[in-house]
Write a protein that binds this ligand. Sequence first.
Ligand SMILES: Cc1cc2nc3c(=O)[nH]c(=O)nc-3n(C[C@H](O)[C@H](O)[C@H](O)COP(=O)(O)OP(=O)(O)OC[C@H]3O[C@@H](n4cnc5c(N)ncnc54)[C@H](O)[C@@H]3O)c2cc1C
Length: 375
Amino acid sequence: MEFRLSPRQEEDRESFRAFVSEEVAPHADAYDQAECMPGAVVKEIAERGWLGAIIPEEHGGGEMDPITFGLLCEEVGRGSASLLSILTVHGMVCQAILKWGSSDQKARWLPKLATGEALGAFGLTEPGIGSDARNVETEARPSDASYLLTGRKKWISFGQMATLFMIMAQCEGKPTAFLVQRESPGFSTEPISGLLGFRSAMLAKVHMDECRIPAENLVGRPGFGFSHVAGAALDHGRYCIAWGSVGIGKACLEACLRYTSERKQFGTYLKEHQLIQQMIARMITDISAARLLCLHAGHLKEIGEPRVIMETSMAKYFASRAAFRAATDAVQIHGANGCGSEYPVQRYLRDAKIMEIIEGSNQIQEIIISKYGYH
Ligand SMILES: Cc1cc2nc3c(=O)[nH]c(=O)nc-3n(C[C@H](O)[C@H](O)[C@H](O)COP(=O)(O)OP(=O)(O)OC[C@H]3O[C@@H](n4cnc5c(N)ncnc54)[C@H](O)[C@@H]3O)c2cc1C
């Protein structure tokens, strides 16, 4: 199957690329070192309509088609994986509400999420529960016309900044999704620092102590939290991570093409050495294959084909592994310079490792994909 971008998609990609090259990539190492994403950057992407990209126009969003959105994720991922993660987690909240929210929830939240007036974060993981996500230990207890949530969440991207959290909790003994506003009584966050990668993704722990939220903030119904609501969110998350991983791979390749054309050893440019060419060839091929899987998933999303969920898992699995291979080779090619802070390839390697862990680790993707093989 051949994928050809439309002239409009090509044009959009050029504008994403120009913005990322000029406004994001030159500052990404500084954000990484400061472990902080400036509010002005988030505001800028909100003003560009990117936080509302996947939201339909009727709810105030940009209604971007899946492939254009993928191209956006690729470009943002090329500049900063931490910044990509806001498109990921905010989009996961949007997607879950779009798919499983009541009409009141859609009317109330989607227009605010579309403009960035509300910033979404996704709260599934806990200190004691990661991959086994349907067994979260946070509890939601009905009380008058409210629910009282008690529990802890950990590793919540943009948890330091978000205003609207989608929280998974057990309700009537079943996994259930809730929308929780930052200002809810009994809700607080605590920044996480010192991460390997995604250092400017503003991660936080979330504490809920009898956190009171209105009963109408339950999304779907009890028991739908993991299989339906989180399922829709994670599918979006994997799609973003797959494309963002292509972006990291591309950043590695660009850095290596530059470096090997400038640095000489044994009297000739690095690019003339065949063992270097081998790593470059693997990088080019991996990126190309990963992008094709992403385009395929995007195409299936566009036509509403149900097996898109599996194809998206495969794209995430392959692309994150490809990004990690590209990043480790990129550091190798840069030698000692690859280990220092003057070149970005060490950040690419740290961020690529994270891509293999989040939105369902690659072992979890292997379990999902292999089960699919037996169907
Ligand atoms: C930078 C970053 C950002 C994150 N952002 C968010 C966020 O916004 N929201 C959120 O909810 N979470 C977030 N997470 C958490 C992330 O989703 C989890 O780390 C991930 O789901 C894996 O869970 P875990 O770390 O608890 O590992 P565990 O589940 O404890 O797994 C440990 C290891 O065992 C493997 N493993 C687990 N089960 C099996 C099995 N059945 N078979 C084979 N191997 C298995 C895993 O693959 C992993 O290698 C983030 C994490 C990081 C590092």
